[in-house]
Design a protein. Structure first.
Lengths: 295, 528
């Protein structure tokens, strides 16, 4: 008799525990999704300016999407910004992955004098984030732009160049760790069959380290796509803006007029990282991406 | 077999030993190096000519490095690392060193172009001397209205002068007609000689023009005479001064500005080293020190509270949802990560819209001054950053919680430990061991989190009573940015770099502590 009541109270306790955990979870999700829902409703709300106070809009419309996508002249070349952002992020990520995988291969497979101290130096250089040298970077691009406008101030090429400057560091270190986990017997047998180092690298190692290549690619992409500071300083012309610079200048100071189109643009701009994020969420949980702090 | 091993170990396979089997590759490599060197030497020459010596040196260093690596067989492994290192040296290490150098200069508005360029600009300034070379002139005009002058000096020599072109001697002038009794050509091919009656009409036009080369050009003074300009400032290397040819005044180079004894200065100036002046300004100048200290304190407070709040909420949610029987657990986790997956520049702008007092879902209902009140603007930023950052903390603490062995808790329960005691004495300490370095990393990241500060309110509301563009929510990095790039009050790269160095030191200390704590560097040594 008494044991059943105790079991009952335990069950009740359990149910209570589940109930409050669910409540907390739902409240947290509400907090997490509030801005997202808000921007959704603003994007389809026919009123562009005020009166976004009601979360559920009266009569949804795609006008804001049409505006942001089709209004090419004027001050919102959104598609151009999107193209610039994708171009810069894709190029940077591809180059970063190739540069660092070459370096990581050498650090993992060759034995040479100064190997350790070089690896340490590369890691230590990361201690000084290059965004702090932003004045110097600006002056370098200004100087180079005098001879080659394509890598000067206000050029996507110059921006990519700067991103590449910060490429080594943690990326090489992360990659080298992964390369080390591939047994060296594989290289050795390839060498015995007469493969050169380059052939071994391309045909044997690269396919095996694909997971880390993908992770570095995606993290670099997300980081570059979301960069605001460097792009803000280096880019001047509205047609050269990336999304981060373009959208922020588009909406800042003119919230009341541009809020609807901005909301539509923000949703579209979020798509690339949302997709990529889906692929790395498991790696984020493991220790693989120690350096990749965002928030 | 032995040879193969040697190759893999980075042994002696220079250009010579691989000649036999690798001739095309060798030529490719040498051709590539030749192209790189030719281009590099040209660029270095340009840079030195324009006074950008340090950048030229860095570029020279990198090109030399690449040459050595690709020519020496024993440096073979370095060839794989060279591309990354080249970028790193040129666009990371060199800029950092250059920032250190800039902090000790007066680089900024009024001191923007290098000294050789500044001197060249000043040397192109001209003046009309009282007693200079005087010419008798005769005007010529093309049918479409271009003027040219026939000039006769006192000694009888003649020149033909078009605007912005060097003087021509008579035998260099194409289509020169016969000379009249005054030695003036009666005709020049393509031109019509101006007659007396035309001269007065043309005089107004002619007096606004200069003829001949850029320096030493000639201008019409009256209907008969033209005078030659002279270069006004001449650089005297011995005194390191510009000498005014008109007045004889000497402008000596003092801290990047050519300054006369009476204090008059010439523009433009040029960058030069000023010692610790920028750092002294931060410490001593009351109008800079006041806002700097405010910003300095807020930077630490902001980074600290950001980590504390995001970690607290993330951990709380991780503990709450870490229950096997909870329904929809996986769905809830995915939804909670959404803020982390959105690019921060979008999220911050959305929050800014929500706080907006006219249209925002929060700002219209409750507006204590989200953008105008110094305290509430800071609170707003912390709320936004809490939203941005808690999913990351939730992710890493969830992972770390699952790694804590369950039997520790069972033992604790047997010993009669309460739930709170378990958390405080077991969960939290064990958790901090594994996520501690990530928290430090998050602190360092937020220390330089420019995106949220600038997009939320551009660092505002502004701090009053300071000559520098400082705001109440500015952190050091955004203050640096405003000093250097946000126009209006003039760029001050020197001061910006000095503050950047202070951030360097702080962030480096944090990160090095973290490396030591996690044994990242030691791990490297062990994994040989």
């Amino acid at each position: 008799m008494s044991s059943t009541t105790r079991a009952g109270s335990l069950r009740r306790q359990k149910r209570f525990s589940i109930a409050w955990r669910l409540t907390v979870g739902i409240l947290a999700i509400a907090f997490a999704l509030l801005p997202v829902i808000y921007i959704f409703s603003a994007a389809v709300n026919p009123a562009s300016s005020i009166a976004s106070r009601s979360i559920v809009p009266k009569g949804a419309t795609f006008d804001h999407f049409r505006f942001i996508l089709l209004n090419t002249e004027g001050n919102t070349p959104f598609l151009l910004w999107m193209r610039n952002s994708l171009f810069v992020s894709l190029t940077t990520s591809l180059l970063v992955v190739s540069i660092t995988s070459f370096a990581a291969y050498a650090f993992s497979r060759f034995r040479f004098r100064g190997r350790q101290s070089l690896l340490k130096s590369i890691l230590l250089a990361q201690v000084f984030p290059n965004i702090l040298a932003i004045v110097a970077l600006f002056l370098i691009l200004r100087q180079l732009g005098q001879y080659y406008p394509v890598i000067g101030i206000d050029s996507l090429g110059g921006l990519i160049l700067i991103y590449l400057g910060g490429a080594m560091g943690f990326n090489t270190w992360l990659m080298k760790g992964f390369f080390d986990s591939i047994p060296r017997d594989l290289d050795e047998s390839a060498h015995m069959d007469g493969a050169s180092s380059l052939q071994t690298f391309v045909y044997i190692i690269l396919p095996l380290v694909r997971p880390i290549l993908v992770v570095i690619f995606i993290l670099t992409f997300i980081g570059t796509y979301g960069d605001y500071l460097l792009a803000r300083v280096m880019l001047k012309d509205i047609n050269n803006f990336t999304l981060a610079v373009g959208l922020s200048l588009f909406v800042s100071g003119r919230f009341s007029q541009n809020w609807g189109p901005f909301a539509a643009g923000a949703l579209l701009a979020a798509i690339p990282t949302l997709i990529l994020f889906y692929f790395v969420q498991d790696q984020l949980q493991s220790g693989l991406t120690v350096g990749a702090v965002k928030g | 077999m032995a040879a193969k091993t040697a190759r893999k170990e980075g042994g002696p396979i220079g250009p010579l030993s691989s000649l036999a089997d690798n001739l095309p590759a060798l030529f490719l490599r040498l051709g590539f190096l030749a192209l790189l060197d030719a281009w590099g030497i040209w660029l270095i020459y340009q840079l030195i000519f324009d006074g950008a010596g340090p950048l030229a040196a860095a570029l020279g260093f990198v090109i030399l490095f690449i040459n050595i690596v690709f020519l020496r067989g024993s440096a073979m492994p370095m060839r794989w690392i060279a591309p990354g290192l080249a970028f790193m040296i040129l666009l990371h290490i060199y800029p950092v060193l250059f920032t250190v150098y800039t902090a000790f200069t007066n680089y900024g508005d009024g001191h923007l172009i290098e000294k050789p360029l500044a001197v060249r600009q000043l040397e192109s300034v001209q003046y009309l001397p009282e007693e200079g070379q005087i010419f008798q002139w005769t005007g010529f005009r093309t049918p479409d209205g271009q003027y040219a002058l026939w000039l006769r000096a006192k000694d009888g020599t003649s020149y033909f002068a078009k605007p912005n072109e060097p003087f021509l001697t008579p035998d260099q002038v194409p289509g020169l007609g016969p000379l009249d009794e005054d030695g003036i050509p009666t005709s020049i091919e393509g031109y019509v000689r101006l007659q007396k009656k035309d001269i007065f009409r043309a005089l107004a036009d002619l007096q606004d023009m200069t003829f001949g080369p850029e320096v030493g050009s000639v201008q019409v003074k009256n209907t008969r005479e033209a005078a030659q300009f002279q270069q006004r400032y001449v650089y005297d290397a011995a005194q390191d001064a510009m000498i005014d040819q008109k007045t004889g005044k000497i402008y000596r180079a003092v801290e990047g500005t050519f300054t006369a004894d009476d204090g008059e200065i010439l523009r433009p100036g040029f960058p030069t080293t000023v010692g610790f002046k920028n750092f002294v300004r931060i410490i001593k100048s009351p109008t800079i020190r006041g806002p700097f200290l405010l910003i300095f304190g807020w930077t630490f407070a902001y980074a600290f509270f950001s980590v504390l709040l995001t970690f607290a909420l993330g951990l709380f949610l991780a503990l709450t949802l870490n229950e096997d029987e909870l329904p929809f657990r996986r769905t809830m986790r995915v939804l909670l990560i959404v803020p982390y997956a959105l690019p921060a520049f979008i999220s911050v702008l959305i929050w800014r819209g929500m706080f907006n007092p006219i249209l925002g879902v929060i700002g219209t209902v409750w507006n204590p001054g989200w953008f105008t009140d110094p305290l509430w603007a800071k609170i707003g930023i912390l709320i936004v950053n809490l939203w941005l950052g808690f999913p990351y903390m939730f992710l890493i603490t969830t992972g770390a919680l699952q790694a804590i062995p369950r039997d520790i808790y069972e033992a604790a329960v047997v010993d009669g430990a309460s739930g709170f005691y378990q958390f405080w004495r077991i969960t939290l300490p064990l958790l901090l061991i594994s996520v501690g370095p990530l928290l430090v990393g998050s602190f360092a990241f937020n220390f330089n989190n420019f995106t949220i500060i600038d997009l939320y309110n551009k660092g505002g509301p502004p701090i009053s009573g300071t000559p520098t563009p400082a705001g109440h929510t500015d952190i050091l990095i955004s203050y640096t940015y405003r000093l250097a790039f946000a126009g209006g009050r003039g760029a001050d790269y020197g001061l910006a770099a000095a503050i950047a160095i202070l951030i360097f030191i702080i962030v480096a200390a944090i990160t090095l502590f973290n490396f030591r704590y996690t044994g990242m560097l030691e791990e490297l040594s062990e994994n040989v």
